[in-house]
Design a protein around this ligand. Structure first.
Ligand code: ADP
Length: 705
C-alpha cells in the first residue's frame, strides 16, 4: 500500500518535471523561431538599405565624369572643333586637360558618327570602339552611360552630344557631334568604390549564380548594361552584416536554461521547505506519528516551532491521558475499596449482631455463651483494626504522620513481636513459625521509630500467616555495615503472588483479584501503609514471590546507632503486680454505654465507681471528694475537654493519678497524652485485661516511688 503510494507520488513528480521541461522547450522553440524571424526581417531591411546605398554610391562614383562630360559637351570651341578639326586646339584644350578628367579614354565624333579625335592613357590600347548604335541612342538621349567589354577589360563609358554653350538643355536641338569618355573598371576603380561602400566588390560571372550566403553578409548586385541595354557583366557587392542574432539566441538559451534550473530548484526547495514539512504536519494530524513529529522538529524555521508545539501537545495529551487513566483507576479502586470496606465491615458486624442476638436466648448453655462472646469479641477487634488502618492511611495521605526516632533494641523488639504473633496462628494451620539467625547480633540500639517498625513487621507477618496453610513463616534481619543499612525479611511458603500483581500490591486499596485471596479478610491497605512507613524510616520495601511457592518480603532501614545515653530501665527489678482492688475511681465519660462498660469492668475488682459527664464535673467532683484514688479521664468531653480538666486537677491535687481514655489510637495522640502528664492511657474499645494491668502497674509504681 505504502509502496504504491510512493510510486504514484514519484510518477506524479516525473510527470510534473516532464511537463515543465516540455513547456520550457516549447517556450524556447517559439522564442527561437520568433528571434529567427526577427533576424530575417531585420536582415531584409538591412539588405534593402544596403542595395539602395550601394546603388547611390555606385552612381556617386561616376559623378566627376558625368559633370565633366556635361561641362565639355556644352562648349562652343568644341562645336567649332567638330568643324575645324583643329588639332592644335584639340591638343591644347583636350589632350592637355585629359589627366584632370579622371578617365582612361576620350573620343570626339562628328555628327556623321566618324571619329574626329581620341586620346587615351598609355596602357589603354583600344580606340574607336564606340559602336554606332551607341551614338544613335545618344543622339536621342543627349547623355548616356553604358558599359562595354573591350580587350583591356570592362569599361564604363560616358557619352554626351556636343552643343553650343547657349543651347538649352533638354531641347532637342541638333548636336554638332558626340563626345565619349571611358574608364576601365580596374583595381583602382574597385578600390575606390570598395572604400566608398565599405564592401567587397567583384565581377559576377554570368554563369555563376550567387550562393546563399546566409545572414552574415548583406549583398547587392548591380548589372552593367551596354548601349543596347544588354547586360555586359554584373558587379557583386558584399558587406558583413552587423546583425548578430546568434548571441541573442545563445542568451535566450541561457535564460531559458537558467529559468528552468531556477524553477526546478524552486520546486526542489518548495518540496524540501514547504511540501515535505506540510506533509509531515498532515501525517501528524492524521496519525500522530512520533517519528514525524521528530522529523518536523528538525525542520528549520517556523515548521520546527510547529514540531515543538506538536511535541508539547503530545506530551500534554499523554500526561492528560495518564492522569485520566489514573483518575479512572483511582475511581475504580475507590469503588472496589468501598465494596471491600462494606464486605469487611459487614462480616464482623454480621457476627456481632448475629451472635449477640443468639446470646439473648436465656436457655443458651454457658459453653455456647462463651463461644459466642469470643466470636463477638474477635469480630469487634477486626472492626477496630479496619478503622485504625483507614485512619492511618488517611493520615499518611494528608502527610500528618512523621516518624519519631528513638533508640530501639532490635533484638528485643523482634522477640516481642515473635511472642505476640506466635499466639495468633490458628490451630488448624500447619505452620512452623520461627525467627531467623542474624548475620550480626545487634547489641546497640538503632535509631528508628519503633512503633512504625513494629507495625510494618506485624503487617508482613500477619499477611504471611494469613496466606500460608502449610510450611513455615519466618522472619529476621541482616546487618549491612558497609552500606549502612539493616534488612528485615519476612518469608512464607504460602500461596504466593502472580508476577503481574507484584508491582501493584503496594498500591492503596489494592488487593490481588483472586478468588482465594478475596475470601480472606483485608482492605488492601496493610502493604501500602507498610510501604509508606518504610519510606518514612528512610528505607525501601521489595517483594519476591512465586505463585504457589511462597513469598519473601524485604525492607531496609538505615543503620544508625543511637548514641544518646539513657537510664537502663532493664535494670529495674521485674515486679510481679498484685491485683489492686477496692479503690475509689472517678470515671469521666459522657457516653452512657462506655461508662457502663468501664464501670462493670472496674466493679469486677471491687472498686467504687463515681461518674462525671463532662470536664467541669470531673474538676468539681475531684475537688469535693478527697478519697478519689484514680481518675479515668475521657479526652473528648463536652463543656471542658480532658486536657483542660487534667491541668486544673493537677494544679489542685498534684498527687492525683489520672489515666486518659481515648478513642484515638494514633501514636500522635498517645504521645500528646503522655506529654501532658497523664499516668497512662487506655484506648477504646476497652480491653478489661489491659485496664487491670494498667491499674496494677500504676498503683504499684506509685507505691515504689
Ligand atoms: P490485605 O489487607 O488485603 O491483606 P495488604 O495490603 O496487606 O492488604 O495486601 C494486599 C494483597 O497482597 C493481599 O490481598 C494479597 O493478595 C497480597 N499479599 C500480601 N502478602 C501476601 C503473602 N505473604 N502471600 C500472598 N499474597 C500476599
Amino acid at each position: 500500500m505504502r509502496l504504491t503510494l510512493k510510486l504514484t507520488t514519484y510518477f506524479k513528480m516525473l510527470l510534473l518535471i516532464i511537463g515543465i521541461c516540455s513547456l520550457f522547450l516549447l517556450l524556447f522553440l517559439s522564442l527561437y523561431l520568433y528571434v529567427g524571424q526577427q533576424e530575417k526581417d531585420v536582415f531584409k531591411v538591412n539588405s534593402n538599405q544596403y542595395k539602395t546605398e550601394v546603388s547611390k554610391l555606385f552612381d556617386f562614383n561616376s559623378k566627376t565624369q558625368v559633370v565633366t562630360i556635361n561641362d565639355l559637351t556644352y562648349w562652343d570651341s568644341l562645336v567649332k572643333f567638330t568643324k575645324t578639326k583643329d588639332t592644335v586646339w584639340y591638343n591644347t584644350h583636350i589632350v592637355n586637360e585629359f589627366p584632370t578628367y579622371e578617365v582612361d579614354y576620350i573620343a570626339i565624333y562628328g555628327l556623321d558618327k566618324k571619329n574626329i579625335a581620341h586620346t587615351s592613357n598609355p596602357n589603354f590600347k583600344s580606340n574607336n570602339f564606340i559602336p554606332v548604335q551607341a551614338m544613335m541612342h545618344l543622339y536621342k538621349k543627349k547623355f548616356s552611360k553604358f558599359y562595354m567589354r573591350i580587350p583591356e577589360g570592362v569599361v564604363e563609358v560616358f557619352g554626351g552630344t556636343i552643343h553650343a554653350s547657349n543651347d538649352p538643355k533638354k531641347v532637342k536641338s541638333k548636336p554638332a557631334g558626340y563626345m565619349f569618355m571611358a574608364r576601365i573598371l580596374n583595381q583602382k576603380y574597385f578600390k575606390n568604390l570598395e572604400d566608398m561602400c565599405s564592401s567587397k566588390i567583384k565581377f559576377l560571372d554570368k554563369k555563376v549564380i550567387p550562393h546563399n550566403i546566409g545572414n552574415k553578409k548583406v549583398t547587392s548586385i548591380i548589372e552593367l548594361r551596354d548601349a543596347d541595354n544588354l547586360v555586359v557583366t554584373k558587379l557583386f557587392f558584399e558587406r558583413p552584416s552587423h546583425l548578430n542574432f546568434e548571441k541573442t539566441k545563445e542568451l535566450l538559451l541561457i535564460i531559458v536554461i537558467a529559468t528552468l534550473i531556477s524553477l526546478i530548484s524552486a520546486i526542489h526547495y518548495f518540496r524540501k521547505w514547504v511540501y515535505k514539512p506540510l506533509k509531515l504536519v498532515t501525517t501528524i494530524l492524521e496519525s500522530d506519528r512520533e517519528i514525524s513529529i521528530y522529523q518536523l522538529k528538525k525542520e528549520p524555521g517556523e515548521f520546527g516551532y510547529i514540531g515543538n508545539l506538536f511535541e508539547d501537545h503530545r506530551k500534554n495529551r499523554s500526561q492528560l491521558e495518564k492522569s485520566k487513566e489514573k483518575a479512572e483507576e483511582s475511581d475504580k479502586l475507590k469503588s472496589t475499596f468501598l465494596a471491600n470496606l462494606s464486605h469487611e465491615i459487614r462480616t464482623p458486624m454480621n457476627a456481632i449482631i448475629g451472635f449477640s442476638d443468639l446470646l439473648l436466648d436465656e436457655k443458651l448453655s454457658d459453653e455456647f455463651k462463651k463461644k459466642y462472646l469470643k466470636i463477638i469479641n474477635s469480630s469487634g477487634k477486626s472492626l477496630v483494626s479496619i478503622i485504625e488502618d483507614l485512619i492511618e492511611m488517611s493520615k499518611i495521605e494528608a502527610k500528618q504522620i512523621a516518624p519519631k526516632f528513638k533508640g530501639v533494641n532490635i533484638e528485643k523488639c523482634l522477640n516481642e513481636l515473635f511472642n505476640t504473633l506466635k499466639v495468633t496462628i490458628p490451630d488448624d494451620k500447619n505452620i512452623r513459625f520461627y525467627q531467623q539467625e542474624s548475620n550480626f547480633k545487634l547489641t546497640n540500639d538503632i535509631l528508628t521509630d519503633e512503633i512504625k517498625l513494629k507495625q510494618v513487621i506485624i503487617n508482613l507477618l500477619t499477611n504471611a500467616i494469613k496466606f500460608t496453610e502449610n510450611g513455615h513463616v519466618a522472619f529476621g534481619y541482616s546487618v549491612f555495615s558497609d552500606q549502612k543499612f539493616l534488612e528485615f525479611r519476612v518469608e512464607d511458603t504460602g500461596i504466593g503472588i502472580v508476577k503481574k500483581d507484584l508491582n501493584v500490591i503496594f498500591d492503596r486499596f489494592r488487593r490481588v483479584e483472586d478468588d482465594y485471596s478475596i475470601s480472606l479478610s483485608g482492605l488492601g491497605l496493610g502493604l501500602s501503609i507498610s510501604k509508606a512507613y518504610v519510606e518514612m524510616l528512610g528505607g525501601e520495601i521489595t517483594v519476591e514471590s512465586v505463585f504457589g511457592g511462597g513469598s519473601v518480603f524485604k525492607f531496609t532501614i538505615p543503620l544508625r546507632y543511637d548514641v544518646t545515653v539513657h537510664e537502663d530501665d532493664e535494670s529495674l527489678p521485674i515486679m510481679a503486680f498484685n491485683d489492686t482492688e477496692g479503690k475509689t475511681i472517678l470515671v469521666a465519660e459522657d457516653d452512657n454505654i462506655n461508662f457502663l462498660l468501664l464501670k462493670t469492668i472496674l466493679q469486677k475488682k471491687k472498686h467504687t465507681v463515681l461518674r462525671a459527664k463532662n470536664g467541669q464535673e470531673v474538676v468539681d467532683i475531684n475537688a469535693s471528694n478527697p478519697n478519689i484514688d484514680l481518675i479515668f479521664m475521657d479526652i473528648k468531653m463536652p463543656v471542658m475537654d480532658g486536657y483542660e480538666a487534667f491541668e486544673i486537677i493537677k494544679k489542685e491535687t498534684p498527687e492525683r493519678i489520672v489515666i486518659a481514655q481515648t478513642a484515638h489510637s494514633s501514636a500522635e495522640v498517645k504521645e500528646r497524652i503522655l506529654k501532658a502528664g497523664f499516668s497512662g492511657y487506655i484506648t477504646k474499645p476497652l480491653d478489661k485485661e489491659k485496664i487491670f494491668e494498667l491499674i496494677n502497674k500504676t498503683f504499684q509504681n506509685n507505691v515504689i516511688s
